[in-house]
Design a protein around this ligand. Structure first.
Ligand SMILES: Cc1cc2nc3c(=O)[nH]c(=O)nc-3n(C[C@H](O)[C@H](O)[C@H](O)COP(=O)(O)O)c2cc1C
Length: 203
């Protein structure tokens, strides 16, 4: 069973979370984690101005996802940074190219799940996750979040991402904060949980 983890990450935060999601998927017997990036849409000079060149280079080894791979997956976990309280344009563009999958019903009944990263604690993680779910519902996917069984989302002992809607991390205004152990544990939980449910649905 193939669980596709498809993400965009400008500075590496979502990528770090994606790796943890993949670790969680791999914990489930019979589930294979397939890690992919969505295509870049910004010109090289804009990426340079945004200080994203090094982080992009570090992801060159991750293959770019095709629409066919999306259609072939048994479950899909999407990772996107928060942009103005919403998914990033790169992910939007990728999803807006799925008309054929919608038309053929290829995604109907497959598990779909989302995780994110934002600069600030209240900068729109939940709105990004929930608004991303709308697209997955239009494709006919079965939405899976991050249940409270992942108790790390209940803690008040530290500032942390993660909510019932999905795993998340707080990157900081300058991207100076990388995902914490608690947030990575949430990402692993989400990967494992999605794979387990997809496995049950495939019976
Ligand atoms: C155009 C733009 C819009 C953004 N909008 C938000 C926002 O609404 N809320 C927030 O907290 N962070 C916002 N950010 C910060 C990103 O969410 C942050 O850079 C990202 O989570 C880092 O993850 P990455 O390294 O995987 O790209 C924005 C960044 C850019 C470039």
């Amino acid at each position: 069973m193939k669980v596709l983890i498809v993400y965009y990450s400008m500075y590496g935060h979502v990528q770090r979370m994606a790796n943890a999601v993949a670790e969680g998927v791999a914990e489930v017997k019979g589930a294979e984690a397939v890690l992919r990036r969505v295509p870049e849409t910004l010109p090289a000079e804009v990426l340079e101005k945004m200080g994203a060149v090094a982080a992009q280079k570090a992801q060159e080894n991750v293959p770019v996802c095709t629409i066919e791979e999306l259609g072939a997956a048994d479950a899909v976990i999407f990772g996107t940074p928060t942009r103005y309280g919403n998914m990033c344009g790169q992910m939007r563009q990728f999803l807006d190219a799925t008309g054929q999958l919608w038309l053929s019903g290829a995604m109907v009944g497959k598990v779909g799940s989302v995780f994110t990263s934002s600069a600030t604690q209240h900068g729109g993680q939940e709105s990004t996750l929930l608004s991303s779910h709308i697209t997955l519902l239009h494709l006919g996917m079965v939405i899976v979040g991050l249940p409270y069984a992942f108790q790390g989302q209940m803690t008040n002992d530290e500032i942390t991402g993660c909510s019932p809607y999905g795993a998340s991390t707080i990157a900081g205004g300058k991207g100076e904060r990388m995902p914490s152990e608690n947030e990575l544990a949430g990402a692993r939980f989400q990967g494992r949980h999605v794979a387990q449910i997809a496995m049950k649905l495939s019976v």
